[in-house]
Design a protein around this ligand. Structure first.
Ligand SMILES: Nc1ncnc2c1ncn2[C@@H]1O[C@H](COP(=O)(O)OP(=O)(O)OP(=O)(O)O)[C@@H](O)[C@H]1O
Ligand SMILES: [Mg+2]
Length: 367
């Protein structure tokens, strides 16, 4: 029988072993034990694409469930508030008393007709009122509620409303937690919004590169979980190729595992072939699709950027493009929002997708 490949190079999946991030999980565990007053109860995970925001958020949710909390998870899209209410109600079903959902309101005999009214009680009041009633019921059981919002988007009114209501919940000393995740550009814009200023005081975690030792450990443990041992050199080569990037860890692991076939040992040659395959996957799936989505203006911007080895100054990019700073800024904003580039300091940008600079240069030479 073929053993299952334990690596998961798919966005949004929780890996078999979470590399690094232990500090965040330890903080959250303590926060759920404290219930209120702990600053980590309001946390924002910030990172470029594929750095593992969604995966970490799932693990935080597991911590909450382990501490007996109920959870409501949503994505920042229109309708998210209602989604949170429904998720929370479902998750709290075992604790919350439900009045019978239907009530007989009238009965006429011969000709027989019966009138039923769907009980609207749980739907009365605005969102805040309904959430408060739910939290009242949860507090009878000393149970907390964790709300998670993925893919935070600054232009989402409901998110600002959530932040405002959440602040009331905190002031009322309710047992609630709010964990959000998003690309740096969107989180930055959200916390700069005047009405969401409360979020500026949340704990913010920048999900940067995962330290090599954690990458190596996670690779080894994931392989062992399905019965394969890895040679030290194989792990070292993979770790170097991964460069601390969560998505690449899964790609390299997946390909290397596949190369090993039925062998119980993962050897250097498997790693070398696996890394080559993973780089090709990264190019085919991530780099090529990102590149295709660029407009002509975006392309001119990133090609000007790619001339610098690491970071670029906006004014230099603008002069290479032969346009004003203001004009170049428009493209900068679009690329930041898409997660292609990141702001290193005021007016200084760099690529946020590993290997994208080299890809842009290679395509330019081909044209
Ligand atoms: N700490 C980690 N250790 C090992 N693998 C991880 C880790 N975090 C995430 N991964 C894996 O990396 C990939 C990307 O993770 P995830 O989807 O969470 O990224 P993301 O930051 O949410 O990306 P996006 O911005 O596109 O939503 C997934 O295959 C996931 O299983
Ligand atoms: Mg995600």
């Amino acid at each position: 029988m073929v053993a299952r490949n334990p690596f998961t190079p798919t966005f949004g999946t929780v890996p078999a072993y979470l590399a690094g991030r232990q500090d965040v999980l330890t903080n959250m565990r303590q926060a759920f034990a404290d219930g209120y007053g702990n600053p980590n109860l309001s946390t924002i995970l910030i990172g470029a694409r594929g750095t593992g925001k969604t995966a970490l958020m799932s693990c935080i949710r597991d911590e909450a469930l382990g501490a007996g909390w109920v959870t409501a998870s949503t994505t920042a899209l229109p309708g998210m508030l209602e989604d949170i209410y429904e998720q929370a109600t479902m998750s709290a079903q075992h604790l919350v008393e439900h009045p019978s959902s239907q009530r007989l309101t009238s009965l006429t005999l011969g000709p027989v007709s019966a009138g039923w009214e769907h009980d609207q009680a749980p739907m009365q009041g605005n969102w805040r009122t309904r959430m408060s009633l739910l939290l009242d019921q949860l507090s009878l059981h000393d149970t907390g509620l964790l709300i998670t919002v993925d893919e935070v988007h600054a232009d989402q009114d409901e998110l600002v409303r959530l932040a405002a209501v959440y602040q009331h919940f905190v002031t009322e000393r309710r047992k609630v937690a709010l964990v959000m995740a998003g690309l740096p550009y969107h989180v930055h814009r959200l916390v700069s919004d005047k009405s969401a200023s409360f979020l500026r005081r949340s704990t913010q975690h920048q999900l940067g590169r995962i330290p090599s030792a954690d990458v190596g450990f996670a690779l080894r443990q994931t392989m062992l979980s399905e019965g394969k041992h890895a040679e030290d050199e194989a792990i070292d080569l993979c770790t170097k190729a991964i460069e601390g990037f969560a998505f690449m860890l899964q790609l390299v692991g997946y390909r290397t595992w596949a190369e090993a076939g039925e062998s119980e040992t993962i050897k250097t040659m498997h790693a070398l072939r696996g890394i080559r395959g993973a780089r090709q996957d990264m190019e085919d799936y991530i780099l090529a699709s990102t590149y295709r989505e660029l407009s002509r203006g975006d392309l001119r911007f990133v090609e000007s950027m790619a001339q610098d080895p690491t970071e670029s100054r906006l004014s230099v990019i603008a002069s290479r493009m032969g346009v004003s700073n203001g004009y170049a800024s428009k493209y900068k904003t679009r690329l930041l929002a898409a997660g292609v580039i990141g702001e290193r300091a005021r007016g200084i940008v760099g690529f946020d997708i590993p290997g994208f600079r080299e890809y842009v240069l290679a395509r330019k030479d081909e044209r």
